[in-house]
Ligand binder design. Structure first.
Ligand code: ZN
Length: 264
């Protein structure tokens, strides 16, 4: 069977285990059902997620001009502390920025390979944690806009990492950490303006990923160098497909790549 479409990050559904869906224009695949099956991934062409044109993908699924012009790729996406919609100040498109930035945001601690701090819109919990491959996570504050979440993250970064190791996450060299204790320890470092939004009562959320076999060492599939790959799917964690031969494929990292997926 052959499926075709442009890659976008997999959609997920919380559960035991988490359910993953690869959604194309005309098809969708429940990836959990493909475990232990042999998949072939063929690169066909580029398709920018913003303009739809066949142009090399630059970042985040966008061609270079869309990445630098589209409202949905402004600097405040990766650096929430640069958000300015709460001041009525435009970056690229104030209406869009108001819609995204002026809504409840969560600052959280997640553990995928180590404890890290992060920011997400409230509607993206627990999706964001699943996408990161975190096996556990907890909220620290819920604030009314992205800016407050951003300055909280910046302040907490002085005490806890904001980076993770995807290799550790995928090889499952992980440990269980008491995130409540971390949250309580960090409370005094939440900046003014956000400290009143501290969430002291939540408990940890645990994520159960569909993985039959973790790799010892990972090699990342790069479609630019290897436009056709075949392997047996052994697991899904974060936005990665994990294959029997220790190859891993980052779906999110390949957004905007139009591929064929064969299943045998
Ligand atoms: Zn484009």
């Amino acid at each position: 069977m052959l499926y075709q479409g442009v890659l976008r990050k997999m959609q997920t559904e919380m559960g035991s285990p988490i359910q993953y869906f690869l959604v194309f224009e005309n098809d969708f695949l429940n990836m959990n059902q493909l475990l232990n099956k042999e998949l072939t991934i063929d690169f066909i062409k580029f398709q920018c997620l913003n303009c739809g044109r066949e142009r090399p993908i630059y970042r985040q699924g966008f061609c270079k001009s869309c990445f630098y012009e589209s409202a949905s790729a402004g600097d405040w996406i990766m650096k929430p502390e640069l958000s300015t919609a709460h001041l009525g100040k435009e970056d690229r498109d104030l209406e869009y920025e108001k819609k995204v930035q002026l809504q409840p945001h969560i600052v959280y601690l997640a553990n995928s390979s180590n404890v890290k701090v992060g920011v997400t819109r409230k509607t993206q919990v627990p999706t964001r944690w699943i996408d990161q491959g975190a096996h556990e996570a907890i909220e620290i504050v819920e604030v009314p806009n992205r800016y407050l979440a951003g300055i909280t993250e910046v302040a907490l970064k002085a005490h806890v990492s904001d980076k993770t190791s995807w290799q550790k996450m995928l090889t499952n060299r992980i440990e269980d950490v008491d995130l409540k204790a971390w949250r309580d320890k960090l409370q005094s470092s939440i900046p003014e303006g956000a400290s009143e939004y501290f969430l002291g009562e939540n408990s940890e959320t645990h994520m159960d990923f569909p993985v039959l076999q973790f790799p010892e060492k990972v090699k990342s599939l790069n479609l630019d160098k290897t436009p056709s790959y075949t392997g047996v799917l052994k697991g899904i964690k974060g936005q990665y497909l994990i294959f029997e031969d220790s190859t891993v494929f980052n779906i999110r990292g390949n957004e905007g790549y139009f591929v064929g997926i064969g299943i045998s």
